[in-house]
Design a protein around this ligand. Structure first.
Ligand SMILES: Cc1cc2nc3c(=O)[nH]c(=O)nc-3n(C[C@H](O)[C@H](O)[C@H](O)COP(=O)(O)OP(=O)(O)OC[C@H]3O[C@@H](n4cnc5c(N)ncnc54)[C@H](O)[C@@H]3O)c2cc1C
Length: 461
């Protein structure tokens, strides 16, 4: 395809495509490593799925009592705690956060580090130096109100979550399970105007034991012995809900937003499962909004404390759990998880299990080998190697986050936010070094030096 575009005169050391969960952190890390950084983001704020798909809280990733993701994740949590947008519950879980607050914190951290951001801009197409082996991305054509422009950098990080840049640069990829079917998408929302004291009392009396009205967590999935199932049955019988509205229902408190509950639902109807297909994504937005109306009516009529609720937020982004996964120098597999694989080029450690929200029926947690694999020990973890974020066939590109090189099952475990942070931190640091010391070549990074630096920054590798 031949595009007519304007090439901007300035150049950057590192351009991050997508300022989401991994990308914002990658931008901060690269800037702190001394690189001149630009983060290009389609929306008007940083944080991606965590903030704009309203995915709160951070999923716990603990082994032997220690959080496996540290470094910039710790700093992010501390900053959110300080401004009342984070919280630690009575059980010591520090993963609760307010997505709107996180947008402010991430932007502040990027700008403080000297990074730049270009919002409301879509990536279009890389310009490749094809004669080099492997080919190098010379520039990235973007589109925004200024039309088509090409931005140059020594190193690129594809943190779009969908591997938009990598796949357009010719990197091969996998998508979905063995049948090409993806995990379910969800459109998250909040309800405000909740009488949390009454809701908490009801949930406690209902058997959904709560630690307090500021840390509510409740759920219902058909057939999983939720104490809320009879209410859902009644609501389906009363034509308030559709049967599929009970495929996954979950609510959480949000720090700094009293009287508001964030919902990890509705799940989008099964035929719409491909988050990299713009037509499906658009239809998912419509489908999700219709379901949000039904769920709001359900909460008002059936949940004590929710009689006067109104919709607070409908997430600007449809929540996509899995779309494209690059083919990298190493592909993480289910066996790696179950065997607690260790790698000499480790950049992240994970204990979060395989967690497939299948459109083929229900949520599937890890049950392989009947729970007898080494992975199931409380102090177990597996590692993610640097090679999983290095795509084959391009010299100056890294792909951290949910599109990293992994099988369908392995991706469902490593995709949670704190792992995306850790992959982003490693990618940003490595990209900064590659740009400044190695002519952009991401394979030339000294692994011992990178791991030493990540540990110096507080990382757990
Ligand atoms: C419904 C749902 C529930 C989840 N629940 C949890 C949970 O409870 N806890 C947890 O820790 N994790 C959870 N996850 C997983 C986790 O949130 C995601 O896997 C993770 O946030 C993905 O991070 P990422 O950086 O790979 O992508 P994203 O955070 O999605 O970042 C991608 C960024 O790139 C931008 N972008 C995309 N394409 C372009 C383009 N072409 N041009 C410019 N910009 C672009 C996007 O706007 C976005 O900002 C959940 C995910 C979903 C969808």
């Amino acid at each position: 395809m031949t595009l007519s575009y304007q090439t901007l005169p300035q150049t950057w050391d590192v351009i991050v495509a997508g300022g989401g969960t991994a990308g914002a952190i990658a931008g901060i890390a690269a800037a702190r490593a001394g690189a001149r950084v630009l983060v290009v983001e389609a929306l008007g704020s940083l944080g991606g799925t965590g903030t704009n798909a309203w995915v709160t809280p951070l999923m716990r990733n603990v082994s032997a009592g220690e959080n496996l993701n540290r470094g910039l994740t710790d700093e992010l949590k501390a900053r959110m705690l300080a401004r009342g947008d984070g919280a630690v519950d009575p059980g010591g879980n520090d993963n609760w956060f307010n997505p709107e607050g996180m947008k402010f914190v991430l932007e502040g951290m990027l700008l403080e580090a000297g990074g730049e951001v270009l919002y409301h801009t879509h990536i279009v197409q890389p310009v490749m130096a094809e004669s080099e082996n492997p080919p190098r991305i010379q520039a990235l054509v973007i589109h925004n109100k200024g039309g088509l422009q090409a931005l140059s950098a020594a190193v690129f990080i594809d943190a779009t979550g969908d591997a938009d840049l990598a796949t357009r640069a010719g990197v091969p990829f996998h998508a979905g399970d063995e049948d090409g079917i993806h995990q379910a998408m969800s459109l998250r929302f909040t309800l405000a105007g909740v009488d949390t004291a009454r809701l908490c009392a009801f949930l406690n009396s209902n058997g959904q034991g709560q630690t307090g009205e500021n840390f509510l967590h409740f759920w219902m999935v058909w057939g999983k012995n939720s104490t809320l199932e009879p209410l859902f049955r009644q609501a389906v019988a009363d034509d308030v809900l559709l049967e599929r509205d009970g495929d996954y229902f979950q609510g959480f408190s949000i720090p700094g937003r009293p009287g508001e509950i964030s919902f990890n639902c509705p799940r989008i109807r099964a035929e719409l499962h491909d988050g990299a297909d713009p037509w499906q994504l658009s239809a998912a937005q419509v489908d999700g909004r219709e379901a949000i109306d039904r769920l709001t009516a359900f909460c008002r009529q059936y949940l004590p404390g929710c009689e006067a609720v109104f919709i607070g937020v409908v997430a600007p982004m449809v929540g996509v759990r899995e779309s494209r996964r690059i083919v990298g120098e190493y592909m993480l597999t289910l066996a790696d998880i179950l065997d607690c694989a260790r790698f000499p080029d480790v950049i992240c450690r994970n204990h979060y299990p395989v967690d497939i929200h299948s459109v083929k029926g229900g949520a599937k947690l890890l049950h392989e080998r009947d729970g007898t694999a080494p992975y199931f020990a409380k102090d177990a973890y597996h590692e993610i190697p640097y090679r999983s974020i290095v795509p084959v066939g391009v010299s100056n590109l890294l792909v951290p986050g949910r599109a990293a090189s992994s099988s369908f099952e392995a991706q469902s475990a490593i995709r949670v936010q704190q792992n995306c942070h850790s992959m982003g931190e490693a990618a940003g640091t490595a990209a900064g070094w590659a740009a400044r010391k190695h002519g952009g070549r991401v394979r030339d990074i000294d692994m011992d030096a990178l791991q030493t630096e990540l540990r110096r920054l507080g990382g757990n590798v």
